[in-house]
Structure formats: structure tokens, C-alpha cells
Design a protein around this ligand. Structure first.
Ligand code: ZN
Length: 166
């Protein structure tokens, strides 16, 4: 098998960031290899999440690396949600900018793991925000499309940039 080239970050404007990605259908070794590389890139780029379209892949797949957790969601579907909360968010694909984004406080999501097994899991707090941000990427939606009322997505100083989900 020929080695695949290293994954590169796609920044906006790019069509792949604005289209609904295809569901993952094949859960094989090459998917696991891809996921492993996405974990590495996500950490290297200081993200807390990285979605397929952000590395140019039209696939409903995202890795999440947050605190002590590291997992992958494939083909996520939101089953239920409650509450809402506004917080500053940024995105690796929209470098140097951030804005206040409105998200559900808690979400229950059904997805497939890297082995293709169905998982139903509830998230809250910042992890719920990351899962929503990444799931949006898989539907071709970016966080400036979810701004809180009156909020603007704008350039940030370096020290403010830390806050964002990616
Ligand atoms: Zn993002």
C-alpha cells in the first residue's frame, strides 16, 4: 500500500467546508489509520476537535480531543437537546477570528465509533459544545452561522483565541 500524504488543514473559503459530507460506510483498517492521523493533527494544531471536511475529506467523521478524552464520532445524529448557552467559539478553519455562538447545553447524540458500532451518549458543558461544533462541520455548517443574537464573528487578539472550540 502506498503511504498517504500528510493531512493538511483546509481553511475557508473552501467548498468542502460548506457541503454535507457523505456518511462513513466502511469501518476498516484504513479508517482507523486515518483517525489516528487526525488525532495527531488535531493536537499539533491545538484543536479540541477536527472534522473530516477540515482536512479535505467529504466524510462524516470527526475526532475530539478534550482534557482526558479522545474519541471519534462517525455519522452523528442528535437525538435530543436541552438548555442553551452562549460562549466564544473559534474554528481551525477560520483562523484568527471568534464570536459568541449559541449552543444547546446538553445533547444526546447517536453515532458510530471507529469500529462501526452504534453508540448513544449524552454530553454537557464544553464537551457538548465541541460535539455540536464538529457535527455541524459534517453538515457543511460553520460556527459563524450559529452566532448568538447580536453577536459578530470578528478578529481576535492572540490571547483571546485560546477560548474557542475548533
Ligand atoms: Zn471548526
Amino acid at each position: 500500500m502506498k503511504p498517504s500524504p500528510p493531512l493538511e488543514l483546509v481553511t475557508d473559503p473552501a467548498t468542502v467546508l460548506h457541503q454535507r459530507a457523505r456518511p462513513v460506510r466502511t469501518f476498516d483498517q484504513s479508517l482507523r489509520r486515518l483517525v489516528d492521523e487526525m488525532y495527531i493533527r488535531c493536537e499539533e494544531w491545538n484543536g479540541v476537535g477536527l472534522a473530516g471536511p477540515q482536512v479535505g475529506l467529504n466524510l462524516q467523521l470527526a475526532v475530539i480531543v478534550y482534557e482526558d478524552r479522545k474519541f471519534v464520532i462517525c455519522n452523528p445524529e442528535r437525538l435530543s437537546s436541552s438548555g442553551e448557552v452562549d460562549a466564544i467559539e473559534g474554528c481551525l478553519s477560520l483562523p484568527g477570528r471568534a464570536g459568541k455562538v449559541r449552543r444547546f447545553e446538553r445533547v444526546t447524540v447517536r453515532y458510530r465509533n471507529v469500529h462501526g458500532r452504534g453508540v448513544v451518549r449524552s454530553f454537557e458543558g464544553w464537551l457538548a459544545r465541541i460535539v455540536q461544533h464538529e457535527s455541524d462541520h459534517l453538515q457543511g455548517m460553520l460556527c459563524p452561522e450559529r452566532l448568538a443574537p447580536g453577536a459578530i464573528f470578528q478578529e481576535v487578539m492572540d490571547d483571546e483565541e485560546e477560548a474557542g472550540a475548533k
